[in-house]
Ligand binder design. Sequence first.
Ligand code: UD1
Ligand code: CA
Length: 465
Amino acid sequence: MKVYAIVLAAGKGTRMKSEKPKVVHEVLYKPMINHVVDELRAMGVDETIVVVGHGAEQVEAIVDGVTFVYQNEQLGTGHAVLQAKDKLADQEGMTLVLNGDAPLIRKETLQGIIDYHQQNHNQATVMSADCDTSTHYGRIVKVDGQVKGIVEFKDLLDTQMNITEMNTGEYCFDNQSLFNALSKITNNNAQNEYYLTDVIGIMNDEGLKVDAYKINDFNEVGGINDRVALAEATQILRDRINKEHLLNGVNIVDPANTYIGRDVIIGTDTTIEPGCIIKGKTVIGNHCHIGPYCEFTNMEIKDDVIIKFSVLSDSIIENGVDIGPYARLRTNCHIMEHAHLGNFVEMKKAVFGKGSKASHLTYVGDAEVGEDVNFGCGTITSNYDGKNKSLTKIEDNVFIGCNTNLIAPVTVRKNAYIAAGSTITKEVEEDAMAIARARQENKKGYSKILKEIREKEYERRNKKK
Ligand code: UD1
Ligand code: CA
């Protein structure tokens, strides 16, 4: 049977006090809406429809692989789901309806509600959880254990105030029954909104089978309405993810002070020291030692790599590389086996060959560096002339003396040697030594004369005063 999903993401999120729509705010470095959509994708739903409205273009810019429908006026959650009518009303199958502001939902739980819905031959299944009476969520009204409907907090009758089963805002419906019931909802309630929650009561009245699927972990479904909840969600997700890594054999020294994104993969016997933020699609291999204090975004790091105090993004690091402290890879770098990048080394768009070293104070941009090349302290590739970026090519076994400027485009051939302090503007051929700096001249006894000149000048100036 086909499974569709509708994600509600048209609301403004007034309580966030933000210029951005609520679902674009990040939980553990990933926008809320992407958490929900990625889980649906991982679960393998056939089609996901995202209802957008407030700040639609900002949501569309960060989500792909879904169909967008527009809710131009935010008249309530039921009205939001109705915007998917043209796309779904005639389809046979099941539809999950999820809140875009509940990013911690897991695919296992979504599969759980689908299985429960099917096994019990329900037309509607609402996901519920225990709450205390002070929370402002909608409540599940049951009579003799049978779900009769959902009442919003603001519409609760005095006799319903003690209900402690809340509506998570996540549901599984028989698709056609959903759209039938939706055509009957009104906005006759405390908020004058078209509530999605009303379809549960309507379906029950029509004799269709409605039921609740209760989950244990309230944290997975609590909707985020303000920045306090947003910060809490990051902590909850951080703890959940770190626990999974710990159980999988990753050594996280201080889990409360380590932030690993939901899509990150880490191999066994890798140690993560405190203060690391590892995000995006980063993959780290086995036996690595990461941190303290690193920030990685979309990195591919192989095995036995050591990295300390460094900011690295969108690059590949091969086995046995040793980086830091205080290195930076900006983007598109490929660091080959057993290379070493030391303190204050920055690279961008560079291939850095096997066993090569840049141990201190170096910039390598737009470069292809061969194997066993040694960069002396303070060497830079001068890749930008104010208008164009040009390539520096350095072949195997080149030795570059300290404080060398390589003015690109330029090539240094195999086994060449560059004297310290050189500014290299043309090709250095194989096995050559290049020296490109002013020749040194020593003026005999001139140090004394200089001193005398300086003394006299000092006296002259002081007399004037
Ligand atoms: C909703 C439920 C409530 C449940 C709670 C769980 C209704 C009427 N109430 O309340 O029972 O306990 O979720 O978190 O459904 N949205 C739109 N268009 C609209 C209105 C809302 O797209 O016109 C979207 C929002 O962007 C948000 C989601 O729907 O992602 C939920 O809306 P929100 O206003 O936060 O609903 P709650 O009041 O929290
Ligand atoms: Ca909400």
